[in-house]
Design a binder for this molecule. Sequence first.
Ligand SMILES: [Zn+2]
Length: 409
Amino acid sequence: MDASTDKERDHKKLGKELDLFTFSELVGSGLPLWTPKGTILRDLLDDFVWEMRSRYGYEKVEIPHITKRELYEKSGHWDKFKEDLFRITTREGDEFALKPMNCPHHTQIYARKPWSYRELPQRYANTTMCYRDEQSGELNGLSRVRAFTQDDAHCFCRESQVKEEFMKIWNIVDEFYSTFGFKPKKIRLSFHDPKHPDKYLGDKNRWKIAEDILNSIAKGKDVETIDGAGEAAFYGPKLDFMAEDAHGRLWQVATIQLDMNMPERFDLTCINEKGEKERIVMIHAAIMGSIERFLSVLIEHLQGAFPLWLSPVQARVLSVSEKHTAYAHEVEKELKAAGIRADSDDANESLGKKIRNAKTEKIPYLLVVGDAEVEAKTVSVDSRDHGKLDSLSIGDFIARAHEEIKRRG
Ligand SMILES: [Zn+2]
């Protein structure tokens, strides 16, 4: 689906107006650079996902962005992904690659020691950049890039734990997307293509087990499913969450993948109740997928009007004239001290112009200060979403904002 059919809601145009990201010819196409405001957005989204993951027992891990060729030969990515890899040759002549995904690295964190079944699942979360050498003609704003950030996670568990772990991730997906009025309505069962078994790793039997598990998970949920034969990853089947945005467009958002092949290739096991080695499975679970692509969808879905908790600037103080500037700064300071992302506009321009600028930037709250406000120690509140409100004391405005931020309103 083309994200740029409607110019007005195009994320590239809005991203520029909101000053969230930029591109540089010197850095290269498909390599977005994030401004301070855009970085705030990315961090807040990632923190939100992490807050939910940590509730379900995930732990953060970290990995380098390059690896020896051997890792991808073993995982099967070298063969499947060869064309998309950015390759590096070291001065000693060794071949390395920039990582196009994180799974193979994460298997090596799991493989560092033997595990008892009692210690499983091991759940690793890692928000990190990946690199794919997309053709320059395919690049498009944030929708298709060469460097993207995955809010990635892998759960290493026993087959008997798959269902429960899938449900946990499903809960996170529901909570995350509902916050934006973007609750996934359909699930695509992305299975292997029976006509082309050569496209996939591993034996038939293992695929059948994995697909049966996903089928039964989806059946247990009150949700519409779509047949996605041929849409599987080369190492395992997926559940793809499909959500409809404010403009009626259907997007694939989160995805949960069940992988019985990577653990086989890397010989990942645990010691079971009988003291025997047991093959484990691996669940791949990105919530946003890539932050870049998610933001391209979110910016267009909200037309740049982010909810208060997510807005890079939450409130702007506008002084009516120069003689109110000192008070405006006082208000700004108090808001910042209360943890609210605030700034003030004391340019030598009309109030009308300042308001228009702030509206273009989609700032949720404008706090106008003139004679009456200086006198009464208040602010006159203009809300992006609720129109003009009464004058409030600074303390009352802060309390209102805190409450709205807390419920992610
Ligand atoms: Zn993965």
